[in-house]
Each structure stands twice: as structure tokens, then as C-alpha cells.
Write a protein that binds this ligand. Structure first.
Ligand code: GLY
Length: 458
């Protein structure tokens, strides 16, 4: 088999899923060169070399050191993409990178995204107003402006910092605050660090589409539903995502055909606007990971990211039928005209440390996590279960949870219920002081989404 070397810029379970997809290649013998935030045990086991630390200089030196063994690079986390890892590695080495170039990391600014949408698909853009600390002289002055805008929105507002905050800086009227003073207190915690945007809150059900591109073609992938809030029933603070589900087809149970068509159309319009005329290989990878809301009057854009979602991309990597290394080569050759997914549902459930998401104020116990029983479930389920450590590290011969989402259990099945049962079996077999949501992809949660859309659509 042909040998292929891949520089993997990693963070979390998403990177473990990418490593797994690469190593499952039936056409190539893959060697992974892993630039990682920590010693991820899953990736380490599969890697030819690993470098810890995600600063640009470290990644670049690691890439330079191994460039003769590396055919291409692929990047998961947003930080290095926004900082321009593609530009730097491609300038300093001969390694082509699969991720957008710095200029095209749309994720870097929510204000930029809103302006872009105003240009190319205004109907999908909720009303918004930008508050830039440079334009305002005093706290009283900005408070007056916020109040005036809340009058127009009838308080139905979402507060977001302009800069990426992994979803955690977002505050929603009715969820995170129930009066203006609370909203303003949250606004100020963001505003003291930079520009803030206040948008109209859109009532509806959320989903995302991750678009893959070679710079010429834009290929949509099946819709995925993420669970942002910490606790069951969508309560608690926003997190990076506690889990996600995808159905066997392209749509989700609460979406109708028009939602799917609209979502595709919006993605294409944004892509055309960004790439200008002709091809633009700066948009390689996942240049658009569009978060949408199905609303009463059509699909609206919640935000635009420029990388694979975590966990949303895990639902896709585990159901992709194509050889992922071939997909990467097609991205690099500008011949990616389509992607094939198995007609399978997938459910990802994250297990997280005690203090994550405010489940406990503090936790001073042992962070050791033993995944052996969860891995053993492969004997029962075969490829239909995947266990991907995320914010975990190998230390002194053991594996330990760190501060963020520790490990996810992925179930793959003929329908969402099958997939969920497998995912939960995986989670309950993880030995460690971790907790998880129980309603990811549950019948009750999905039924609620379906009813919600029925009531909105009348
Ligand atoms: N799950 C949300 C994100 O990847 O940004």
C-alpha cells in the first residue's frame, strides 16, 4: 500500500475522529504527525510522532522537521486556522494544508459574518446591531443605545461577542437572562474585551451543515443537531457541545425539504460571495460550517464557522463511506465533486468532568479515566461504536481527564434510536468521574423539536 504522511493539527475528540478516519483508509498506509494540545492517548497510539503545544511556531517547526515524510496537513481547531496556520506552514514548508487560509477564516468575526450575509442573503440574516467600544464614550451612553435597541427587538435579543468564544460568550433572552439589567451585565463582560453584537432572537430549531470544499466545488454534508446547553432539557450554560445526532438521510426529523433546500442555497450564496469569481483554493477544507435555525419564515443563519464542528463533524467522519485519504487528495486536486455517506444515523454523547458546565462547583477527586471497558464494546458492536478521547492525556502510564470535554462515545445505527442506545452503552462503560447528558438524540427531545416546528409553521 502507498504510504501517506499527514500532519494533523489536533484538539479533542474531533481530532481523534479524524485520525481514525485517516487510519481506516483501505487504500493507503497512513502515518500521522500529530501537533496536539495534549497527549491524546488515541492519537498517540496511531501517530508516528507527536508534538505538544498548539502555538504557531511549534506546529511549524514540527512540520518542517518531518516535511519529507508528510504529504498534506489537516487542521481541526479554530484557533490555529484563525491565526493563519495554513499560510505559515505553506510558506515555510512544502506541505499543502487542508483548512481555510487566514483571510478566509470567517469565524474570526461575527460582525463580518453579519455584513457578509446582508450582502448575499439578507432574508437569512436576523436583525442585528454592532456595539464597538471605540465608538462609545461612557457606560451610560452605551446603556442608552442598548436599551433603544432592546425596545426595537422587544427584548427578544441574543448578545454575542464579535470574537470567537467557543459559543460560551453567547447570552440569550429568556434562557440566560430575564431582565434588561441581567442582559446588560452580560453585555458588559463581553464589551470590556471588544465589540459586541446584539441580534434578534429567532424562534425555531437549530441544525448545522458543514460544507467541504476544494476551492472550486462546494459539497454539503448531512444536517447535524448539536446540544449546546450543559444539562438535559436544554438547561444550563452554553458549552462547546454536549453531543449531537444525525439521521440516516440528509435531513433531521424536524426539517422539511424546503429547510434543506434553503440551507444549501444559503451556503452556496455565501461561498460564491466569499470566493469571488473562479476558483479559490484558499477555501480548502471546511470553509463553511453554517449553524442555522429553522424558523417560521424560513431558515436563518445563527453563525458561520470555518472548520469542522466538534462534535458535529464526528457524526460525519463516522458515517463517511468514501476513503477519507482519497477525499483529502481530491480536495488538494480540486476534484471534490461529491461525498458519499452511509445511510446510517449517528449519535455522539460527550462525557465531561464534574466541574464542566457548572455540574459541580469544584471537584478535587481523581481525574483518572479508564476506557478499556468502553473499548471492549467493539467486540459487541463492531464498527458501530467508536470511543474518542478528547480533553484527556496520557500521563504516568494512565489516562486522565483534563478540564474540557473528556471523551465521546459514538453510536452508529439504522436509525437515531439504535445509534443512541449504542452511544449510551459506550458512555456508561467509561470508568471515571465524568457526567453526560442523557437526552442526546432521545425520542422525547426530537419529538419536542418536531412539535415546536409544527406549532411555528401552523
Ligand atoms: N459544537 C459547536 C462548535 O463546534 O462550534
Amino acid at each position: 500500500m502507498e504510504k501517506v504522511g499527514v500532519l494533523l493539527v489536533s484538539y479533542g475528540s474531533r481530532a481523534a475522529a479524524i485520525a481514525d478516519a485517516l487510519c481506516r483508509s483501505g487504500n493507503y498506509d497512513v502515518r500521522i504527525f500529530d501537533a496536539d494540545k495534549q497527549k491524546n492517548p488515541f492519537i498517540l497510539e496511531r501517530a508516528a510522532a507527536q508534538e505538544i503545544g498548539l502555538d504557531m511556531g511549534k506546529i511549524c517547526n514540527f512540520a518542517k522537521k518531518h516535511q519529507d515524510e508528510i504529504d498534506f496537513g489537516i487542521v481541526g481547531p479554530e484557533g490555529p486556522i484563525i491565526d493563519g496556520i495554513r499560510d505559515v506552514v505553506e510558506k515555510e514548508t512544502k506541505i499543502p494544508m487542508i483548512c481555510p487560509a487566514k483571510e478566509y477564516a470567517i469565524e474570526k468575526s461575527k460582525v463580518l459574518q453579519r455584513h457578509l450575509l446582508t450582502k448575499c442573503c439578507p432574508d437569512a440574516n436576523p436583525r442585528f446591531k454592532v456595539f464597538d467600544p471605540k465608538d462609545c464614550s461612557s457606560k451610560d451612553e452605551v446603556k442608552k443605545e442598548v436599551w433603544a435597541w432592546l425596545d426595537e427587538l422587544e427584548n427578544n435579543a441574543v448578545v454575542k461577542p464579535d470574537a470567537p468564544a467557543t459559543g460560551k460568550g453567547v447570552g440569550v433572552w429568556g434562557d440566560h437572562f430575564s431582565n434588561r439589567e441581567q442582559l446588560f451585565a452580560h453585555f458588559l463582560t463581553c464589551y470590556e474585551h471588544g465589540t459586541v453584537i446584539i441580534e434578534e432572537k429567532v424562534d425555531g430549531e437549530e441544525f448545522s451543515l458543514q460544507f467541504v470544499s476544494d476551492g472550486k466545488h462546494l459539497v454539503a454534508t448531512p444536517a447535524v443537531r448539536d446540544y449546546k446547553r450543559a444539562f438535559d432539557g436544554d438547561l444550563g450554560v452554553n458549552t462547546g457541545g454536549m453531543g449531537a445526532y444525525k439521521d440516516a438521510g440528509n435531513k433531521l426529523p424536524f426539517m422539511d425539504q424546503k429547510d434543506w433546500d434553503d440551507a444549501l442555497e444559503i451556503g452556496k450564496k455565501v461561498f460564491d460571495e466569499v470566493k469571488d469569481d473562479g476558483d479559490n483554493t484558499s477555501l480548502r477544507g471546511v470553509p463553511l460550517y453554517m449553524a442555522y435555525t429553522c424558523a417560521r419564515d424560513g431558515v436563518k443563519v445563527l453563525e458561520v464557522n470555518s472548520r469542522p464542528g466538534d462534535p458535529e463533524s464526528i457524526n460525519l467522519f463516522t458515517t463517511l463511506k468514501d476513503d477519507f485519504v482519497d477525499v483529502c487528495f481530491r480536495i488538494l486536486d480540486s476534484t471534490l465533486t461529491g461525498l458519499n455517506f452511509a445511510r446510517k444515523a449517528s449519535v455522539v454523547t460527550y462525557a465531561v468532568p464534574m466541574a464542566y458546565g457548572g455540574y459541580r462547583k469544584t471537584f478535587s477527586g481523581n481525574m483518572r479515566v479508564d476506557l478499556s471497558k468502553a473499548y471492549e464494546l467493539g467486540e459487541k458492536y463492531g464498527d458501530a461504536i467508536r470511543i474518542y478521547p478528547g480533553s484527556m492525556e496520557l500521563r504516568d502510564g494512565g489516562t486522565y481527564a483534563l478540564g474540557s470535554r473528556a471523551v465521546c462515545a459514538v453510536g452508529i445505527g439504522d436509525d437515531i434510536e439504535d445509534a443512541r442506545n449504542i452511544s449510551l452503552d459506550g458512555v456508561v462503560n467509561i470508568d471515571g468521574a465524568l457526567w453526560n447528558r442523557w437526552d442526546i438524540g432521545s425520542e422525547g427531545h426530537i419529538e419536542k423539536s418536531v412539535k415546536h416546528m409544527e406549532s411555528l409553521r401552523g
